[in-house]
Design a protein around this ligand. Structure first.
Ligand code: AKG
Length: 308
C-alpha cells in the first residue's frame, strides 16, 4: 500500500487552503518510522555518500562568501552577522539525492507523499519530478532568498508542488519556511535567483540567462510589512506543501544547538507537460530527451500515483 505510513487523510479544508493560499501545512500526517528514515537519509546523503557517488552538493554559505567578496549583495541581518566565524554553520543542499540514497528514494516514490499530492491536485495521476535536500547547520547565517520554483523546473502546468519535510523541530529561530500567501495566483513568471541573494542567476551566469518574460522578484525581505507572509514552524510528522509558483524562502538558523534539515520533494499532476527553461541550473542526473509539450511520464519522472 502506497499510503502505509499515512497517519490521517488530507481534509477537504486542507485541499481548499492549498488552492487558495498556495501552501498548506499538514500537521502530524507522516508516521515516525518514515521521519526516522528521512533523517538517516539526509545525514547519509550529505555526509559522505555524495562524494562516493559523485553527485554535486551546493555549499550556499561558500557561494554567499564569494558573492560578498565580489560585491554582490547577500541577504543578511545584524543577528546573523553577529554569529562568530568559529560558530558558523553551513547551508548545504543537494538536488537528486533520491538517485543515490534508498531512504530518500523510498520517501519520494513509495510513501504517502504521492497520494497527498493527488489529493491536493484533485488528480488521478502523479509523477515524481525531483528532490532537494537542504541543511542549515547550527549557526547558519544565510537566508534562502524569496523565490518561486517554476524557473528551476523544466515543467509547465498548474499541478506542480514542493513538499517540504523535516525530521527536526524547526522554529522561527532555526529557519522556519516563509510563504507569501496567494502569490501563486499573481500570474508573474519570476527570475531564478542564487538562493542566498536576490540577484538573479541570469545576471551572474550568461549560460543560464533569464527568459524574456521573466521578472525580477520584488524586495520582500526588505519590505515584509507590504506582503502577507506566513511563517510555518514544523515538527517531525508535518508536511508543508507549496505550489511551485508560490513565493517562499526562509531565514538563517540562528540557533547554535540545532541543525535544520529538510527534503523538498517535487510532484507533478495530470495537467503538467515538459517545458525547457534556460534558467534551470543543469543537473547531472537529468537526461534531456523530452521535448516541449511532451507528457513527462518516463523513467526519470516516474508515475508514482494512479487512482484505482
Ligand atoms: O529550505 C529552504 O530554505 C528552502 C526550501 C525551498 O526553497 C523549497 O522547498 O522549494
Amino acid at each position: 500500500m502506497l499510503t502505509n505510513g499515512l497517519l490521517r487523510d488530507v481534509t477537504e479544508e486542507e485541499v481548499a487552503t492549498y488552492e487558495r493560499d498556495g501552501v498548506v501545512r499538514l500537521r502530524g500526517i507522516l508516521a515516525p518510522d518514515l521521519i526516522a528514515r528521512l533523517g538517516q537519509g539526509i545525514n547519509d546523503a550529505l555526509y559522505g555518500q555524495w562524494e562516493a557517488e559523485g553527485i554535486q552538493t551546493y555549499d550556499a554559505s561558500a557561494t554567499a562568501d564569494q558573492l560578498d567578496a565580489a560585491g554582490v549583495a547577500v541577504l543578511s541581518d545584524a543577528r546573523a552577522k553577529a554569529i562568530p566565524q568559529e560558530k558558523r554553520g553551513r547551508f548545504v543542499s543537494m538536488i537528486g539525492a533520491n538517485t543515490i540514497n534508498a531512504d530518500i528514494r523510498a520517501l519520494a516514490v513509495d510513501s504517502p507523499l504521492p497520494y497527498i499530492a493527488a489529493r491536493l491536485f484533485r488528480t488521478d495521476k502523479v509523477n515524481f519530478y525531483d528532490d532537494q535536500t537542504l541543511m542549515k547547520e547550527p549557526g547558519t547565517r544565510e537566508y534562502t532568498a524569496f523565490h518561486t520554483d517554476e524557473p528551476y523546473y523544466h515543467l509547465s502546468g498548474d499541478q506542480v508542488c514542493g513538499m517540504w519535510v523535516s525530521p527536526d523541530v524547526v522554529t522561527e529561530d532555526s529557519g522556519a519556511m516563509r510563504y507569501v500567501r496567494g502569490s501563486h495566483r499573481w500570474g508573474t513568471f519570476f527570475k531564478a535567483n542564487v538562493f542566498v541573494s536576490q540577484t538573479s542567476i541570469g545576471d551572474l551566469m550568461p549560460e543560464a540567462s533569464d527568459e524574456d518574460n521573466q521578472v525580477q522578484l520584488p524586495d520582500i525581505e526588505g519590505n515584509p510589512d507590504q506582503y502577507d507572509i506566513l511563517t510555518y514552524p514544523s515538527e517531525p510528522g508535518d508536511v508543508i506543501v507549496h505550489h511551485s509558483n508560490l513565493i517562499h524562502g526562509s531565514g538563517p538558523n540562528y540557533r547554535g544547538d540545532v541543525t535544520r534539515r529538510a527534503v523538498s520533494f517535487r510532484y507533478a499532476g495530470e495537467d503538467v507537460r515538459y517545458r525547457f527553461h534556460r534558467s534551470v541550473p543543469p543537473q547531472p542526473h537529468h537526461t534531456y530527451d523530452l521535448k516541449d509539450g511532451d507528457r513527462i511520464d518516463s523513467e526519470q519522472f516516474p508515475i508514482v500515483w494512479r487512482a484505482e
